[in-house]
Design a protein around this ligand. Sequence first.
Ligand code: PNS
Length: 195
Amino acid sequence: SNSHEPHASNRCVFGERCGSALVDCGKRSVAEQPQSVVAIYPGSFDPITNGHLDLIRRSSRLFDRLIVSILRNDSKQPLFSLSDRMEMLRDVEVDCFEGLLVNYAHSRGARVVLRGIRAISDYEYELQMTHMNRRLNPEIETVFLMANDAYSFISSRLVKEVFGLGGDITELVPASVLARMRDRAKQLNPLRGES
Ligand code: PNS
């Protein structure tokens, strides 16, 4: 038979040798499966970037319901107000929260917190948060998606910095966000406007 065809049988092509003989994987029948999985995608989103959008697109296929939840972090002095940040997101459920993420997630009936990882440098911070959140509420699992390599260098912080210094960010954020960044620059610096 053609070796490129998918295996018709349930048996490993290597037979007994590789030790991966297919055993009962414990997969539950549909009736036993838990109810719909709600995931929270939390963050500052100041502003939303194409990297965030990619993660939203990919993860919305994995969960029954995805809620993008923006932290009300006034102390961080965000560039955009909470309502501006909420308006920047379209075609997705958007909410905001304050206080502990796990408490908020629980209140929304979410069992999953979704986070994106771009590079090793994200890992340590995410690891700390994951362990802390698990300690606070072991019922809630943090799930990570690796950022698409095309977006692995984008961050809200760098987007703001590059825009502020006159660099081109058209490929990094949606057009609507770029328009709002221009407006915000004019508001904050009416004499110079944007370049
Ligand atoms: O986009 P960010 O700034 O990396 O998102 C960080 C966020 C919002 C996920 C994190 O700061 C958070 O969960 N804040 C809520 C307060 C909280 O629960 N802190 C303890 C986390 S271990």
